[in-house]
Design a protein around this ligand. Structure first.
Ligand code: 5GP
Length: 145
């Protein structure tokens, strides 16, 4: 998929926003939804997406909605770091297939990183559902506390 084109309302993140597909939700407000990545590059890999903007990428979102997305991304990054105590944390965002984008609804990746582990861009394995549910409970509790 190129950088330019039409927004597909059937993309998987649009389905998650509408409640048509499930997710391990960490946070939601009127503008933003955050949930665990199903194919995590590392333990705690989280995605943060705008809910009300049909933006495929960072070129298509208004500055105010982007600011809100980034504020929540920072909040979730702090929660992930506090709870999981990684050695580093990657906050990333890709635009267009040649840049690594595979889902064409704008999203921020938050990826806790542990020293010595590979910096893979795409993971091959689907996460264990029990592990995701346990992690979701930990992080939601930390977010509330
Ligand atoms: P991109 O490569 O577009 O920047 O990132 C898309 C991300 O969405 C990938 O990390 C991929 O693992 C994740 N992903 C793809 N399908 C699903 C899904 O159905 N649920 C969740 N939670 N994550 C998904």
């Amino acid at each position: 998929m190129s950088l330019h084109g039409d927004y597909d309302p059937q993309n998987i993140f649009a389905q998650i926003i509408r409640g048509e597909a499930p997710c391990y939700k960490l946070y939601e407000d009127d503008d933003v939804l955050a949930f665990l990545d199903l194919f995590p590059q590392a333990h705690g890999h989280t995605l943060v997406i705008p809910k009300r903007v049909a933006a495929r990428n960072i070129l298509e979102i208004d500055a105010q909605s982007l600011a809100k997305l980034m504020a929540v991304t920072q909040q979730l990054t702090r929660v992930l770091v506090a709870e999981l105590q990684p050695d580093g944390v990657q906050v990333a965002q890709f635009n267009g297939a040649p840049a690594g984008q595979t889902v064409f609804h704008l999203h921020m990746h938050i990826i806790p990183r542990v020293a010595g582990q590979d910096l893979g861009i795409h993971a091959a394995n689907r996460a264990d559902p029990a592990e995701l549910a346990q992690l979701q409970a930990r992080l939601v509790k930390r977010l509330a506390g």
